[in-house]
Write a protein that binds this ligand. Structure first.
Ligand code: SF4
Length: 325
């Protein structure tokens, strides 16, 4: 619904509070990077000019908070939300005597964007679309919160999480053992190894500010083959899928925007359920998720992609974290 068809679900408040905390930590990483580069100031896209030796952290938090709360107007923002953001920033900075405070680190790159095409025969794809053939190679895209240097041969990726330490698909807690196989962390290592090929060892530290603190996983070049195998098998499953399986759980009509809403006629007319025994009651409108599933069965995925894609959206679009679009 989101990545292929381009539908957006409204962000939730907890995630937006995470964005605020991330932005403040990013600014502090730029403070340190500019000190390393012997610059006196830099211009941040949200808060403007920052003097690296004369800034007030509380003012930065306030400005970032005001910026995002003025953009994310679909929530009721309360004093408690500000207090949470403020305390989460300090928790991240003070953890283990400032171990993950970006100002105490040798910064390689804050907010490292990556877009890496995998130049292997297995990574090729080709689809016929209504606008002609779409072909290329699988590329992985994302943004790493922070990359720091430990020594000449070792880097440490730092990722902050303000939410629970849960695998939302299974509801199970993420343990150190599970994090070793976590796709996000492995992809970060894969991307960082391509961006910084001279660095052999990579720690990935994921810091659950509100749920257990930091967990560090070590990777080296030998891990790349396994990560690539993981990407390949997921990619092949997706490429070969003609009818995506619905993952129906209690979350559908509690948490998922596409399980709670129907199409509204602006682009796609809603379809009323005409069958018995479906998730939607007979004669009520199908949810967006169910209507798309219904149409895939009826018309095939290619026609559904052509009919349902949001006008102007292309499948390769990447929305950077912190973007308020
Ligand atoms: S409603 Fe359920 S099955 Fe459908 S997209 Fe949402 S989570 Fe997935």
């Amino acid at each position: 619904m989101e990545y292929v068809l381009g539908y957006r679900s409204p962000s939730n408040k907890k995630a937006d509070k995470g964005t605020i905390v991330h932005k403040v930590l990013e600014i502090l990483a730029y403070v340190k990077l500019n000190i390393q580069n012997k610059e006196d100031f830099f211009i941040d896209d949200i808060i403007g000019k920052v003097l690296v030796n004369k800034y007030n952290l509380n003012t930065i938090i306030e400005k970032v908070y005001n910026y995002y709360t003025s953009k994310f107007t679909h929530h009721e923002w309360e004093v408690k939300d500000y207090k949470d953001c403020h305390s989460w920033v300090y928790k991240a900075l003070e953890y283990n005597n400032g171990m993950f405070d970006p100002r105490n680190r040798d910064i390689i790159c804050p907010e490292q964007h990556f877009d890496i095409e995998i130049a292997k025969p297995w990574a090729k794809y080709k689809y016929d679309t209504s606008e002609g053939p779409l072909e290329g190679n699988l590329a992985i895209k994302g943004t790493i919160d922070l990359i720091t240097r430990v020594d000449d041969k070792t880097m440490e990726i730092i990722d902050w999480k303000t939410g629970r330490r849960l695998d939302w698909a299974t509801g199970q807690e993420k343990t150190l053992e599970k994090l070793q196989q976590d796709p996000q962390l492995r992809i970060y290592h894969y991307a960082a190894s391509h961006l910084y090929p001279d660095i052999d060892h990579c720690m990935v530290s994921i810091n659950f500010i509100n749920d257990g603190g930091a967990f560090s996983i070590c990777f080296d070049k030998k891990d790349l083959a396994q990560t690539e195998q993981m990407l390949r098998s997921k990619f092949e499953i997706i490429k070969n899928t003609q009818k995506p399986k619905l993952n129906k759980t209690w979350k559908c009509n509690k948490l998922c925007h596409f399980g709670k809403t129907t199409f509204d006629n602006s682009q796609i007319p809603p379809v009323a359920e005409y069958r018995e025994g479906q998730v939607c009651k007979k004669d009520s409108y199908m949810t967006k998720c169910e209507q798309v599933k219904h149409d895939i069965e009826l018309k095939g995925i290619k026609n559904v992609v052509a009919q349902y894609t949001v006008p102007g959206y292309t499948v390769g679009k990447y929305k950077a974290p912190g973007s308020a679009e």
